[in-house]
Design a binder for this molecule. Structure first.
Ligand code: SAM
Ligand code: SF4
Length: 325
């Protein structure tokens, strides 16, 4: 399956829920959001049907996200079913890690291959502040459990936010000296009600790299091809890798082959645009399997080329917790 610009679409990110057990400052506003009523979210059967459709159209890799994917009831069974879907070669998950201590092993046994854990800082107080209440110790235990369960390679996502964790980029980088992890620094993106906050607090990758090099020595480039959104580097003698994801300063739209399915059954055609195709309504109105396949294919085909952040236009309709990163 390709879009109108010839980009191959093999990667589907599925948001399993718009609920979360944290409230990160860049992901949702302080006053919270209106969660979708349960009956407006995809059921397991609907979701599995859409995964089958996607796989038949050429999707090979599924990433489960949210909200927080691990708070979805029946998550382990769902992973098992996705794993059993013909054509799906790889299942990954992006999680805040809080529940991994209990879930890493069952998820791995059910067929989960890899995991990205969000970790913006290892400082307990700063973590508490950025996540509005989270305990970093839980995340660190979760990472250890994921490693023990073989969910490798472990990737850690860190959104760099001025005034919150921009100096912690160094201690996070230092983790890779001993551990074979990939620490990925993400430039904060503006969405809806947290858009102004994100624009004001964004820290560009170049600044993060300079800070790391000044403290820990030169970074050796590994992969700057743009095939992966992260440009990767290694610290001298380090076991792990550093990645820089720069949607603001170095957009990677030309090579983006990602489709996103929201928890309420919309195919989001670009992370940073409000353009979506409603799959839930035709599904519930009795569209046949063949019709759903055609609706999916046609929507994917019309993916826009890229975002419009350079023109100061950011998506308004949803914040990240309602999309799935
Ligand atoms: N709850 C899970 C987690 O935190 O990993 C999965 C969902 S979360 C929306 C997915 C990723 O999006 C996380 O790595 C998070 O840090 C990132 N994210 C959320 N809001 C963002 C923003 N405004 N800009 C950049 N990344 C963001
Ligand atoms: Fe929850 Fe993840 Fe958003 Fe934080 S980034 S509020 S953990 S969904």
């Amino acid at each position: 399956m390709k879009d109108q610009y010839g980009r191959e679409l093999t990667d589907l990110r599925i948001s399993l829920t718009d609920r979360c057990n944290l409230r990160c400052v860049y992901c949702m506003p302080a006053e919270g959001i209106d969660f979708r009523p349960q009956d407006e979210l995809l059921t397991d059967d609907e979701l599995l049907l859409l995964v089958r459709v996607a796989a038949e159209l050429g999707v090979r890799k599924v990433r489960l996200t949210g909200g927080e994917p691990t708070v979805r009831p029946g998550i382990v069974e769902l992973v098992r079913e996705i794993h059993a879907t013909s054509g799906i070669d790889e299942i990954a998950m992006t999680t805040n890690g809080l529940l991994l201590e209990y879930l890493a092993r069952p998820l791995a046994d059910a067929g989960l291959n890899r995991i990205n854990v969000s970790l913006d800082t290892t400082d307990p107080d700063k973590f508490h502040r950025i996540t509005r209440g989270g305990k970093v110790e839980k995340v660190l235990s979760g990472i250890a459990a994921a490693e023990a369960a073989g969910l490798l390679p472990i990737k850690l996502n860190s959104v760099v936010v001025r005034g919150f964790n921009e100096d912690d980029v160094v201690s996070l980088a230092a983790l890779t000296v001993e551990r074979p992890w990939e620490v990925r620094y993400i430039e904060m993106m503006p969405f809806g009600s947290v858009g102004d906050f994100a624009e004001a607090g964004v820290v560009k990758s170049e600044e993060t790299m300079e800070k790391i090099e000044a403290a820990l020595g030169p970074l050796t480039p590994l992969d700057l091809s743009g095939e992966d959104p992260a440009r990767t580097y290694r610290l001298m003698g380090a076991a792990g890798v550093l990645g820089f994801i720069s949607p603001i300063s170095q957009p990677f739209c030309a090579k983006c082959g990602r489709l996103r399915l929201t928890a309420d059954g919309r195919l989001r055609l670009c992370l940073l645009r409000d353009d979506e195709a409603d799959l839930l309504t035709p599904l519930r109105a009795g569209a046949t399997y063949a019709e759903m396949k055609e609706i999916f294919r046609a929507a994917a085909y019309r993916r826009p080329f890229g975002h419009a952040l350079a023109e100061k236009m950011f998506p308004q309709a949803r914040v990240m917790i309602q999309i799935g990163g």
